[in-house]
Design a protein around this ligand. Sequence first.
Ligand SMILES: Nc1ncnc2c1ncn2[C@@H]1O[C@H](COP(=O)(O)OP(=O)(O)O)[C@@H](O)[C@H]1O
Ligand SMILES: O=P(O)(O)OC[C@H]1O[C@](O)(COP(=O)(O)O)[C@@H](O)[C@@H]1O
Ligand SMILES: [Mg+2]
Length: 322
Amino acid sequence: MKEIKTIGVLTSGGDAPGMNAAIRAVARGAMCHGMKVMGVRRGYHGLLRGEIEELNSRSVSDILQRGGTFLQTARSKSFATEEGIKKAVEVARIFGIDALVVIGGDGSYKGARALANAGLPTIGIPGTIDNDIGCTEYTIGYDTALNTAMQAIDKIRDTASSHERCSVVEVMGRNAGYIPVNLAVANGAEAVIIPEAPYDLDEIKKTVIEGRNRGKSHYIIVVSEGVGETFELCKNIEEATGIETRATVLGYVQRGGSPTLIDRVTATKMGSYAADLLANGTINRIIAQQNGKIVDIEINEALEMTKNIEPEMLELVKKMSI
Ligand SMILES: Nc1ncnc2c1ncn2[C@@H]1O[C@H](COP(=O)(O)OP(=O)(O)O)[C@@H](O)[C@H]1O
Ligand SMILES: O=P(O)(O)OC[C@H]1O[C@](O)(COP(=O)(O)O)[C@@H](O)[C@@H]1O
Ligand SMILES: [Mg+2]
């Protein structure tokens, strides 16, 4: 394989706090190895359009602490086609990009694998608030999103408590329950509803009614957006319990904001690790965290890996709701 002299870096899929820290670390890490770094704007969409410019150590200054992604991001339908992949590889070749670092989620990795199969070496870095990537125990943005949502639910709880209401709070995570389950524990929810596990609405109503009988003044039910039944749930609980029940959809509040220490440090470690791999000529890998350590996994193998919500976490929510 020819020596990697120039690398590209892009962010793809939903933005996540810490993506900027990862871009900075990839760029500065690569520069330390004498590589040239090209920033690709707007994810795969921008790659197709040649929205590419060289980065230097100053173009990535003052971004470490900022949420979002200064390269911007996109979801691109036209990229995810045979034609799109072919064109993307061609554009990379025109700009002299020997390998591409993709910071994004599971969808972006499928794109990275397609590029690798078409001849453009890639490295994936996990960047998504959802923490829904099977090969890694941690994804950049997850801790910030959890802390932001936790603080928001604390505020909702103040109002629920003052008015003696029940609050059904819908949180993000697509089809994965990592965000809701952790929030339910951190915010002392009566119940959590996630796409991975069946739920018993009668049991939830019972928990709320019994809680009131024991003197509770507020009730929090955390629901994953992936369940898709937030407003029906709210109505059902109110009708069955007679307790005024309000729904709050946290939405994008969870995705923005300055990254926490964990996200800054993890992003910096992973970004620098990606640059080291490419400097050594190691390609088509996904960076992951396993047992607290940063590792790299072959891309096909990484995409086959799965992980599960610990049932103990669901048990813990139940136990603590008495
Ligand atoms: N199967 C696929 N093949 C090629 N590209 C894909 C595939 N799935 C997703 N992508 C590309 O990756 C982009 C980001 O994926 P998405 O699932 O939206 O976000 P994330 O990477 O954060 O999970 C998509 O808009 C698309 O361009
Ligand atoms: O608002 P968007 O960009 O359409 O997407 C919403 C989705 O993006 C996320 O915030 C992040 O998901 P991805 O990292 O897979 O893009 C999900 O939790 C949510 O389902
Ligand atoms: Mg995803």
